[in-house]
Design a protein around this ligand. Sequence first.
Ligand SMILES: N[C@@H](CCC(=O)N[C@@H](CS)C(=O)NCC(=O)O)C(=O)O
Length: 314
Amino acid sequence: MDLGREISESGRFVRQPNRFTARIEPDGQHPPEPGRYQLYASYACPWAHRSLIVRELLGLQDVVGVTIVDPIRDEKGWRIPGGDPVTGVEYLSELYLSSDPGYQGRYTVPCVWDVTAGRLVTNDYPQITLTLETAFAPWHADGAPALYPAALRGEIDALNEVIFNGLNDGVYRTGFATSQAAYDEAVVRVFDTLDLLEERLAGRPYLHGDALTESDVRLYPTLARFDAVYHSHFKCSIRRLTDYPALWAYARRLYATPAFRDTTDFDQIKRHYFVTQTNINPSRIVPRGPELDWTAGQPPSGRPERPADGTAGA
Ligand SMILES: N[C@@H](CCC(=O)N[C@@H](CS)C(=O)NCC(=O)O)C(=O)O
């Protein structure tokens, strides 16, 4: 994987900007319509994971299609095993280059293809879930959670920034650092953020109280990967997720919800990071363990634990 352009002189990882940022919106060039858009995702990728969770939480599986790429990325980038039934391509790069022949960035998931227009609309991962939550509201399943309610948007956006800088991107800035100073700065911020969220979650089931929101969806993929991958591979090793009682219980509570559990594939996650990121793990050996029980403390039906105050879970 070529991160050359994204490593600063001081050894800090600075993520590339997203090139495709068109919006799916009513009256725009890409209006929301059932069956018109295809999401390209990897179960391994945390940025893609959030879009898979939201698609399922909102019951949009028949409205927005999905193509899952192979977790092992080679020098040609993400591969679609058996070819993409929608576009016929074998590599995701083909969609990027047909939409912009001069594209020079990384070919990333998640991204969304407009089948009618025959071009890539967006690889702007923060916007993809928000679009599913807002522009696709007419197609949400009955009883779907309001993940981005208007009254909470300010608070959700503010906390999402903390989660992005401290954790979602923070673990990558830790793992991809090429100087001690850059690593030290990033790893301390990761654990300061976990400490902060541990305190926040003591006594409430979700980050913004009783209701599941976009902030929970953004935090979960990083927690799901934390002990299995980031603790060793990215050297986020000061503490483990399981050392944080409230965060670990919260992560398992989310995992007990089908949309989170169905989209969490620990095997693909581990194989992707340890085999693909050879800049960090040249031997490509995938470690065994750690032994973690994500179902511990959950009722056998897999339904979410009821919070102590008796309100329903997710
Ligand atoms: N679009 C963002 C985030 C998405 C992202 O980094 N996805 C990773 C997988 S987790 C990817 O597709 N990487 C492809 C590559 O590095 O070639 C970015 O450009 O940094």
